[in-house]
Design a binder for this molecule. Structure first.
Ligand SMILES: NC(=O)C1=CN([C@@H]2O[C@H](COP(=O)(O)OP(=O)(O)OC[C@H]3O[C@@H](n4cnc5c(N)ncnc54)[C@H](OP(=O)(O)O)[C@@H]3O)[C@@H](O)[C@H]2O)C=CC1
Ligand SMILES: O=C(CO)COP(=O)(O)O
Length: 339
């Protein structure tokens, strides 16, 4: 693989960890942050202490606060900001591409769905970035906590694009001995799996707060994945995708890990902490909070049965007690699997 120029937009935990992977693979990596002090810290100390503590970042990662310095001449742009910042950042990217007049491959590593419009992240990017500037579009998903990736825990992700050559290009750019990239062409299923596993991860944290053991968690994962798959299929997803990295893989990682912001938020909500305090104290994005509302609404719009998602909606937005909600779920009429 040739030495590519890679612009990473967003210097939170995941943007920084992905930039690190790309730099370790020998690429020319520019990590854009909108915070000048963070740029200085990364370039001077090779740390991003707010997001990745004491972990050191490869010296090949050059942080910049001017997005043009990151994007000018780039082959590949990784968009790694929270869902709610995606359009704003994409608009800044487009203004630069208009100036430099070149095409880039854009991959989003964000996991969420836009409230109100119900757009997936790649749909938002396709709306914002004119096709004349797009050399390809896709997403990166899979079980990949930044904290594990930065310390070289063996990690598998999937590069997903409707155009397999784009997915294969990203696979080639990012794969290494500890970071193995698969490809997939099911963008719809991968994005729905990646976003909705956060809802179930919040639920897993809530179960933990009640002291429930592995039977309850296995029940949540299995039935949670079943309803994610039902919603995905209502949008045309391939059901096999939910058996893969963006489905069961990411669900397992997120719903069992103390690194997960969504899981930790679930523990705190289950303990009775107020939602506003959970969000404020986390200091990092908890995508599943907003995704729970979006998924609950989508289930109604599409007439898809999603009892766990609806239960999580009531816990998060109606302040319902986790134990009550759990009893209601257990008391539903018994039914047949596979439907
Ligand atoms: N963390 C992880 O392990 C993984 C995260 N993801 C997904 O990646 C996405 C980003 O997550 P993550 O990096 O963890 O989030 P963080 O909360 O750690 O960081 C978000 C970053 O985006 C920046 N940002 C927010 N809004 C804007 C904006 N309007 N303009 C410019 N920069 C902005 C933040 O800046 P500031 O510091 O100013 O807030 C921060 O640098 C999420 O969708 C998440 O689900 C996917 C896989 C793994
Ligand atoms: O998506 C992730 C790991 O694959 C990160 O999950 P959290 O946002 O819950 O930390």
């Amino acid at each position: 693989m040739s030495r590519e120029i890679i612009a990473v937009l967003g210097a939170g935990s995941w943007g920084t960890a992905l930039a690190n992977v790309a730099a370790e693979n020998g690429h020319d990596v520019r990590l854009w942050s909108h915070r000048a002090e963070q740029v200085d810290e990364i370039n001077e100390t090779h740390r991003n202490s707010r997001y990745l503590g004491e972990h050191s970042i490869n010296e090949g990662v050059v942080a910049v606060s001017d997005m043009k310095q990151a994007v000018d001449g780039a082959d590949l742009v990784l968009s790694v900001v929270p869902t709610k910042a995606t359009r704003e950042v994409a608009q800044q990217l487009v203004a630069i591409l208009e100036e430099t007049n070149h095409k880039v491959v854009v991959m989003a590593a964000t996991k969420g769905i836009e409230p109100g419009t119900y757009k997936r992240v790649s749909e938002m990017l396709a709306e914002e970035i004119p096709s004349k500037y797009l050399g390809g579009l896709g997403i990166i998903a899979g079980p990949s906590h930044a904290e594990g990736v930065i310390k070289h825990d063996p990690t598998l992700v999937t590069a997903v694009s409707a155009d397999l050559t784009v997915a294969k290009y990203v696979q080639g750019v990012l794969s290494n001995q500890v970071f193995r990239v698969y490809t997939n062409t099911d963008v719809v299923g991968s994005e729905i799996g990646a976003a909705l596993k956060n809802v179930i991860a919040i639920g897993a944290g809530a179960l933990e707060s009640l002291g429930y053991d592995v039977n309850a968690k296995a029940a949540l994962f299995t039935r949670g994945l079943a309803e994610i798959s039902r919603l995905g299929q209502a949008f045309g997803a391939n059901p096999i995708t939910f058996m893969g990295l963006a489905g069961v893989g990411d669900l397992f990682a997120t719903a069992t890990s103390v690194y997960s912001r969504n899981y930790r938020a679930g523990v705190q909500l289950g303990e009775g902490k107020h939602l506003d305090d959970v969000v404020a104290d986390m200091g990092m994005v908890i995508e599943g909070i907003s995704t729970t509302k979006v998924a609950h609404e989508l289930a109604q719009k599409k007439h898809v049965e999603m009892p766990i998602t609806s239960a999580m909606y009531r816990v998060i937005y109606d302040n319902e007690d986790v134990k009550n909600v759990m009893q209601l779920l257990m008391g539903r009429p018994v039914s047949q699997e596979g439907k």
